[in-house]
Design a protein around this ligand. Structure first.
Ligand code: ES4
Ligand code: ZN
Length: 382
């Protein structure tokens, strides 16, 4: 009998209700039941394979990926050696760099994430980092990506702002030319640093303004509401930048933070933000404004108890422009295709909904109308 390679996935997928009921029956006494069971499993494996293929070859946009979160352990080790700096303990403790980083929640994730950045020192390092991600994204048929970067995590270590942006920018230019991938940069402020530091960073970014499409807010949300940065966001808007903001899952004051992002800051989209389902007025507001949410199910499943599949589907089906991204794929061990597959396996979304997710992603992307139309046409032909 052919078994689906990850039978745990079958258990969690209620689409396979009939199969589950059938499998739970004793088959020893009934050869015909055994045969039916085999057929169902074969059929399921074929269906899952077809879905994987459908996702893999679909043209996609990724709108929520932290470039620092794409550093695979092997690259981090290589850069540490090249720069003659100690190999970070999260990598040194691995028996093999193909084993991923180890952590179990947001706090332990951040405790691995920021120290690993010590290996990123030169513009060549930032180039290598971004080019490796863009190559991987291209291999997954991502045709457009908007990459977050955290300048303060580098300038605070003595790395110049221009080294960071120059390296990232050169990777974007090369990827566009050699791979045909479209990419842009979103500068994130670290919300656990003070607002003055964010404003200083904004000023430092001005000479590179044309290479940055917008600004965002990330890192530890606890006691760091969007309103802490209202002057910074107001200035960013004056400079012509678009604005987004992480409203992480199940935070203390999640709803109030989402409200502030929407009503006080006037964001152009929200990163995560799925707790919005708890407030119908805010759901109506994002729908009316056509604002999108960039959701990351694999990341959610690591940093919270729940991957929020039900909430993501609820929002999607109610017409909110929800999209799926990878967040920190080297850490959470899932690039965009694996995140979409999680939505199929564990939240039972259909092919049509996969298309809607991608249509949403292109629609809420921060690209020219011409490029948007081109990508949407590509998707409609798919
Ligand atoms: C992040 Cl998962 C997560 N949460 C908050 N800030 C982040 N920066 C990178 N990944
Ligand atoms: Zn994020």
């Amino acid at each position: 009998m052919r078994m689906y390679k990850n039978s745990a996935k079958i258990d969690t997928c209620f689409q396979q209700d009939a199969l589950r009921r059938c499998i739970s029956l004793r088959t020893e006494d009934s050869p015909s039941l055994f045969k039916l069971q085999s057929l169902l499993e074969d059929n399921l494996a074929d269906k899952m394979h077809a879905m994987e293929e459908y996702i893999a070859t679909m043209p996609k946009a990724e709108l929520h990926v932290h470039i620092e979160g794409t550093i695979e352990p092997a690259l981090a080790q290589q850069l540490a050696i090249r720069n003659n700096v100690p190999i970070p303990s999260s990598i040194a403790s691995l028996a093999d760099t193909s084993n991923g980083y180890s952590f179990h929640d947001l706090t332990s994730f951040l405790a691995v994430y920021y120290p690993n950045m010590a290996v990123l020192l030169t513009s060549q390092d930032f180039f290598d980092l971004a080019y490796a991600y863009l190559t991987k994204a291209h291999s997954q048929n991502v045709v457009h990506t908007e990459m977050f970067f955290d300048p303060q995590a580098h300038t605070s270590r003595g790395v110049s702002f221009s080294s960071v942006v120059t390296g990232l920018r050169e990777a974007i230019v090369k990827a566009e030319r050699e791979l045909g991938v479209s990419a842009s940069l979103i500068m994130c402020f670290l919300r656990d640093m003070d607002a003055q530091s964010a404003m200083d960073t904004l000023i430092e970014a001005l000479p590179h303004k044309d290479w940055i499409v917008g600004v965002g807010l990330d890192s530890d949300e606890r006691d760091n509401p969007p309103s802490k940065f209202s002057d910074v966001f107001a200035r960013a808007k004056q400079e012509g930048w678009l604005v987004t903001c992480h409203c992480d899952i199940d935070q203390k004051n999640s709803i109030e933070h989402i409200r502030q992002a929407l009503e006080d800051i006037g964001v152009d989209r929200i990163d995560h933000g799925t707790n919005i389902v708890e407030d119908e007025r805010l759901v109506q507001m994002v729908k009316e404004k056509g604002l999108g949410l960039t959701c990351c199910p694999v990341s959610n499943s690591v940093v919270t108890r729940d991957f929020k599949g039900k909430e993501i589907v609820q929002l999607l089906r109610s017409g909110v422009k929800v999209t799926i991204s990878s967040d920190d794929p080297a850490y959470f061990r899932g690039y965009v295709n694996e995140n979409l597959m999680k939505m199929v396996n564990d939240a039972n979304i259909s092919k049509e909904e996969l298309l809607t997710l991608q249509r949403n992603a292109f629609e809420i992307s921060w690209i020219s109308e011409g490029k948007k139309e081109y990508f949407l046409r590509l998707l409609e032909k798919y």
